[in-house]
Design a protein around this ligand. Structure first.
Ligand code: ATP
Ligand code: MG
Length: 420
C-alpha cells in the first residue's frame, strides 16, 4: 500500500472486475450505436452557470452536490454532475441542430462527480452512459430511447428491473397542476426547507422519501388528472409504442422531476435487488432546456444509465458476464534464442489480430506456465533450444491438454486455423 488512498466516495476499477464495467458500458452503448446515435464527448468540467441553469438552481445536485471551484484565471467552473446540459451545450455550440438534421441523436459515456454522502451505489465519482435525442417532439423518439435502454439491460441478462413511466404535462397544463399542488402542500405540516420547496419546486415534494411526509401526501392532486388533451394523446402514443415493442412498464403517477423544462414523458429504471439506491437510470423529455441555456426551442428527450449501479444489479442477480479471455496465446520462451523467436511470433500474432502475451522477466517454465494459466489463454507456445534446433515450437491446447510440434513459420497460421 502507498501513503495514499482513493478519495472518500471513490473507488478504483481494477482487473479482473474492471472488464465487467467496460462490458456494461459497451452493452449500453451498442443498441444506441445501432440506432443512429453518434458519439459525443464533452469536457469533464464546464462553466458552473451551465449546470446552475441547465440542471436547476433549486435541485440538490446544484445546491449540495456540485464540485464547483474557481480557477487561477478566475473562471468559475464545476466538475460535471450530469451529462445532459453539457451535451446540449455542445450540440448548440457545434451547430449540429442547424442543417435540417433534427433530431440530433447523441450518446456519451464518462465520469460524473457529485459531493454526496457515500454509500453502496452512491459515490462521489461514478459513470454514466447516456443518450439524447435533440430537437424533435415525437412520441416514437421517447419510446425508442426506453426500448433501447430495455434492450441494453436485457442483453446483459438483467431481469429484475422495472420501468416506471409518467407524464409531467407541458407548459399548458402543468402550471394549473402546479398551482393546485402548491395549494394542497401549503395546508400540510412541513418543515421550513420543505415549505421553501413548495414555492420553487413543488413537484419535488412528492418525491420526499420521509415517511411522515409521504403520509401527508395521501390525497394530493395527481398530475395525471390535469394533463391536457395534447399531453394525454402524446403519452398514450408512447405507452402504445412500448406495449407494441413488448416492453413492460408501470404507470407511476408520482414519478416527478421538479423543473419546468422537464415536460411530458418521464421515466426511471429501478432494480429490485439494490436496496435504497434502486434507480439504475432515468430520463425524460426536457422541451424547455435549450431555451434555458440560451438556445432556440429544441424539444428533446434523453436518459442516463448509471454504470456502477448496473454492475451492482448484475451482482444482485448473480449474473457473471461471459467475457472472452483477454489473451488467446501465451508464449513461454526457454532461453535467449527462444525469447527472440517467440517475441517475434507474439508480435506477428498480435498483428494478425490474435490476442497474445509473453512471459516477461526471464521466468522458468513453472512460473511461466502459472502465468499462462492465469491469463486464461487458450493456447501456449513453448520453445526451448532443442525445439528451435528442429525449427519447431510446442503448441499446447490448454483446454484439451493436447500438445503438438508446429513449424516456427506456421505457428500463426495454425493458431488461426484452430480458432475458427
Ligand atoms: P438518486 O435518486 O439515486 O440520487 P438521481 O436522480 O440523482 O439518482 P440521475 O441524476 O437521474 O440520478 O442519474 C442517472 C443515474 O446515474 C442514476 O439512476 C444512477 O444509476 C446514477 N447515479 C446518480 N448519482 C449517482 C451516484 N452518486 N453514484 C452512483 N451512481 C449514481
Ligand atoms: Mg441524486
Amino acid at each position: 500500500m502507498s501513503t495514499f488512498q482513493a478519495p472518500k466516495g471513490t473507488y478504483d476499477l481494477l482487473p479482473p472486475d474492471s472488464a465487467t464495467y467496460l462490458a456494461v458500458r459497451e452493452a449500453i452503448a451498442a443498441p444506441l450505436r445501432n440506432s443512429g446515435y453518434g458519439y459525443v464527448e464533452t469536457p469533464g468540467f464546464e462553466n458552473v452557470e451551465l449546470f446552475a441553469r441547465g440542471v436547476g438552481e433549486s435541485t440538490d445536485i446544484v445546491t449540495k452536490e456540485m464540485y464547483a471551484f474557481e480557477t487561477k484565471g478566475g473562471d468559475k467552473l464545476a466538475l460535471r454532475p450530469e451529462g445532459t446540459a453539457s451535451v446540449l451545450r455542445a450540440a448548440l455550440e457545434g451547430n449540429l441542430h442547424k442543417a435540417g438534421n433534427l433530431p440530433v441523436k447523441l450518446w456519451y459515456s464518462g465520469s460524473y462527480y457529485r459531493y454526496e454522502r457515500p454509500q453502496k451505489g452512491r459515490y462521489r465519482h461514478f459513470s454514466q452512459v447516456g443518450a439524447e435525442a435533440i430537437g424533435a417532439e415525437d412520441p416514437a423518439l421517447d419510446a425508442e430511447l426506453i426500448i433501447l435502454a430495455d434492450q441494453a439491460y436485457r442483453s446483459l441478462g438483467l431481469k429484475e428491473f422495472r420501468i416506471l413511466l409518467n407524464s409531467l404535462g407541458d407548459k399548458e397544463c402543468r402550471p394549473v397542476y402546479r398551482a393546485a399542488l402548491q395549494e394542497f402542500l401549503r395546508g400540510l405540516d412541513l418543515d421550513e426547507e420543505t415549505r421553501r420547496r413548495i414555492d420553487i419546486n413543488p413537484l419535488r415534494v412528492l418525491d420526499d422519501k420521509r415517511a411522515d411526509v409521504q403520509k401527508q401526501l395521501v390525497g394530493a392532486p395527481m398530475l395525471a388528472d390535469y394533463l391536457c388533451d395534447a399531453c394525454k394523446a402524446y403519452h398514450e402514443q408512447v405507452r402504445e409504442l412500448l406495449t407494441a415493442a413488448g416492453v413492460g412498464y408501470e404507470d407511476d403517477p408520482k414519478l416527478v422531476r421538479g423543473l419546468d423544462y422537464y415536460t411530458r414523458t418521464t421515466f426511471e429504471f429501478v432494480h429490485d435487488g439494490l436496496g435504497s439506491q434502486s434507480a439504475v437510470g432515468g430520463g425524460g423529455r426536457y422541451d424547455g432546456l435549450s431555451e434555458m441555456i440560451g438556445g432556440p426551442a429544441l424539444p428533446s428527450v434523453g436518459w442516463a444509465l448509471g454504470v456502477d449501479r448496473t454492475v451492482l444489479a448484475l451482482e444482485a442477480e448473480g449474473i457473471t458476464l461471459d467475457l472472452p479471455a483477454a489473451t488467446t496465446v501465451f508464449a513461454v520462451p526457454l532461453g535467449e534464442e527462444a525469447r527472440r523467436v517467440l517475441f517475434a511470433k507474439v508480435t506477428e500474432l498480435r498483428r494478425a489480430g490474435v490476442a497474445a502475451d509473453f512471459s516477461y522477466g526471464g521466468k522458468g517454465l513453472k512460473g511461466a506456465m502459472k502465468n499462462a494459466n492465469r491469463s486464461g489463454a487458450r493456447f501456449t507456445v513453448v520453445a526451448g533450444e532443442r525445439d528451435l534446433a528442429e525449427g519447431v515450437v510446442q503448441l499446447k491446447d490448454m483446454e484439451s491438454g493436447e500438445q503438438e510440434a508446429v513449424a516456427v513459420d506456421e505457428v500463426v497460421a495454425v493458431v488461426k486455423s484452430k480458432l475458427v
